[in-house]
Design a protein around this ligand. Structure first.
Ligand SMILES: [Zn+2]
Length: 287
């Protein structure tokens, strides 16, 4: 299936009552593994890159790996730039062929966020790239972006006004979740999704998904969330599978990188399979 646009995948998900897993990949190995598992379970998938990953692996390597994986799969695969406050990195990814970007303006005041989001939307739309917008800060720090303190919070009416005015395609509001691992139980706001979607027909994205229960995910999906971001779970699967294998290598004094890659791929595939089941996206892409 050809490489997909993120917005198209979300509109299908809204109709089908599921959410598309949006997994933060870190390299070509995890791109291949996540798409292979998505294909196997028949789920659309959004591959996400943090700004840090774009800088570490390189935009050309990532977009090439994503497009090759998409062409060889029978499910929709999109490539999305996660949390990016840096306009230069947005322009780079737009030019290189990402499907969509999250312009993270949550560190700006409302007036600046509004003006710059409109500029980003204009630039992206001219290239056929769709835009997720974040002007409230979702708690937690992810790959060096974000804050542990709520500095910008707005009413639903303000969020909708800015979304309409800027022409943004997808909305990432604060919903009580946080990035990273939860230190205490979060106070979730699934009703906020209903309120937004009752007032304005825009896809809503849930961040900070790792660590929520299945029931919590289902409530968000039932209320209209169509994209759920998963980052921490893949990081853990990647590093812990590598660690277990490396301990074996050390114990046996046998060192084989290709087998290490296989272990990481296996663990990454399982992350995709698990979330496709929870988010009800498995079997939803035409095989
Ligand atoms: Zn996020």
């Amino acid at each position: 299936m050809p490489y997909a646009n993120t917005l198209d995948l979300l509109r299908e998900a809204e109709k089908g009552g599921y959410a598309v897993p949006a997994i933060n990949i870190v390299d070509p190995l995890t791109i291949a593994a996540i798409v292979r598992a998505a294909d196997e379970v028949g789920s659309p998938v959004i591959l996400q890159t943090s700004v840090k990953t774009v800088k570490s692996a390189g935009a050309d390597v990532l977009v090439t790996a994503a497009k090759v994986a998409a062409e060889n799969a029978s499910v929709g695969v999109a490539l999305h730039l996660d949390h990016c406050p840096d306009r230069e990195v947005i322009s780079l990814c737009v030019e290189k062929g990402w499907s969509s970007v999250l312009f993270d303006a949550s560190d700006r005041n409302l007036e600046t966020a509004r003006r710059e989001t409109a500029e980003v939307v204009k630039e992206c739309h001219a290239a056929g790239v769709t835009v997720e917008s974040e002007i409230e800060n979702i708690l937690g720090v992810e790959d060096g972006v974000g804050s542990d303190e709520a500095t910008h919070a707005y009413t639903v009416d303000q969020l909708i006004e800015v979304a309409k005015e800027t022409g943004t395609d997808m909305l990432a509001p604060a919903l009580g979740t946080a990035h990273g691992q939860y230190k205490s139980d979060p106070v979730l706001q699934p009703d906020r999704v209903t309120e937004i979607r009752d007032k304005y027909d825009i896809p809503v994205v849930l961040h900070g998904g790792t660590g929520l229960t299945d029931a919590q995910f289902h409530e968000f999906i039932d209320n209209g969330v169509s994209k759920i971001n998963i980052s921490t779970a893949l990081k853990h699967a990647y590093m812990k599978s590598a660690l277990a294998y490396l301990k074996d290598c050390e114990a046996n004094d046998k060192w084989e990188p290709v087998k290490l890659f296989a272990e990481i791929e296996k663990a990454s595939e399982q992350v995709m399979r698990d979330y496709a089941k929870i988010f009800r996206s498995e079997g939803k892409a035409a095989k």
